[in-house]
Write a protein that binds this ligand. Structure first.
Ligand SMILES: NC(=O)c1ccc[n+]([C@@H]2O[C@H](COP(=O)([O-])OP(=O)(O)OC[C@H]3O[C@@H](n4cnc5c(N)ncnc54)[C@H](OP(=O)(O)O)[C@@H]3O)[C@@H](O)[C@H]2O)c1
Length: 339
């Protein structure tokens, strides 16, 4: 009962932080990203794709990599063309005169397979010498109980473990980039849903099960707690990099569609969902702010827009982060670095 009450509270009212923060206007607030390279996981999805569009339109980094589930070549090209078209429309001489357009490239990434994550990172470093902004954005919510290719609970494996590996494999490239320019960032997309997690934040005994006996909200929540722990550990280990975690707000995206398929509560609240959700262009403001604002403080979890968020006790627990780091090192110990 407490579980259902808590889910309803977070679904309807969000976490305790009700501040909306500063308005972020992409046209005014995105600085030039000329020459920079960006990689966004899950950028075929709604928040990732729209983030790519706004960064391309106003910041014009050299390249944005869309790292998302493998598709056939036509579908990959369609994703890249859609982002380019939505960023620039029909490209005119005026558009080109404002500077080089961002090239959008697709990378295959299946976060439910650590082999696929390694291959994605290897493909990236074969193409690029630098990485200025890394978004760990892809995510799933409420899928049927299941496990990843390496037998981890599916939410934890995709939302956290695959991303932990990706950031580890790309770290040498980011550290090299710092030699060229000092502002390298990792934006970790967590969620206010992290407040709904098993007791203690992460149920380590169940991470190598399908999690069928843990309610889905808690499986999602613990994966998002883990991302806040990852934020803390990366900040501690790499003080030269800006690492921030964000909650984007509540937005009707592909994620809401999959939630409605599985959750009775989400189906019941569907007719009124637009009343407590924001449009995608509002929902990406925290993504854009975190990657570009000079006010970002490394190690902080921000709710929209740029407001230090309310973390659960588990998310504040340094011992939990340390335990997760050790668990992760062990889980990933068989994967060789790329260099
Ligand atoms: N929307 C919200 O209200 C909300 C609230 C809090 C936090 N968030 C977070 O925001 C992030 C973006 O979500 P969204 O709302 O934009 O949802 P979305 O539209 O469903 O996008 C999620 C993306 O992740 C991709 N993905 C799923 N499984 C993957 C895998 N195994 N490997 C690689 N990519 C995979 C999806 O690919 P396919 O489309 O091909 O399946 C999709 O492109 C998520 O981390 C989510 O937890 C969203």
């Amino acid at each position: 009962m407490t579980e259902i009450r808590e889910m309803a509270r977070v679904t309807l009212f969000g976490s305790r932080n009700t501040s909306k923060g500063a308005a972020f206007e992409p046209a005014r607030d995105i600085p030039s990203l000329a020459g920079k390279v960006v990689l966004i996981t899950g950028a075929a999805g709604d928040l990732g794709r729209n983030t790519a569009i706004q960064l391309a339109r106003y910041g014009r980094p050299a390249r944005i990599y869309v790292a998302d589930l493998p598709r056939d070549d036509d579908a990959k090209t369609a994703v890249a063309l859609r982002i380019t078209y939505e960023a620039y429309g029909e490209v005119s001489a005026d558009t080109k005169a404002a500077g080089p357009l961002t090239e959008i490239r697709y990378l295959d990434l299946d976060l439910s397979s650590l082999e696929s994550v390694r291959k994605c990172a290897a493909d990236f470093v074969a193409l690029e010498q630098r990485l200025d902004i890394l978004y760990l954005n892809a995510g799933i919510i409420r899928v049927a109980p299941g496990m990843t290719a390496e037998d981890y609970e599916i939410h934890f494996g995709i939302n956290y473990l695959g991303h932990a590996l990706l950031s580890r494999l790309l770290m040498p490239t980011m550290l090299r980039t710092i030699q060229q320019q000092p502002d390298v960032r990792i934006v970790i997309v967590s969620s206010e849903g992290h407040v709904i997690a098993p007791k203690g934040g992460i149920d380590f005994n169940k991470l190598k099960t399908n999690g069928a006996d843990i309610p889905y909200a808690k499986r999602y929540g613990q994966s998002k707690v883990a991302l806040l722990c990852l934020t803390r550990e990366l900040t501690r280990e790499y003080p030269q990099i800006n690492v921030v975690a964000i909650h984007p707000g509540r937005i009707l995206t592909g994620m809401a569609t999959s939630l409605q398929k599985e959750s009775m509560l989400a189906r019941w609240t569907k007719p009124i969902a637009p009343l407590f959700c924001v449009p995608v262009l509002i929902g990406i403001q925290n993504h854009l702010w975190a990657a570009t604002s000079s006010n970002v403080v490394s190690g902080t979890y921000y709710e929209p827009v740029g407001v230090p968020g309310t973390r659960s006790d588990a998310a504040k627990d340094e011992l939990l982060s340390k335990r997760l780091r050790e668990w992760t090192e062990d889980a990933l110990s068989w994967i060789k670095s790329l260099e």
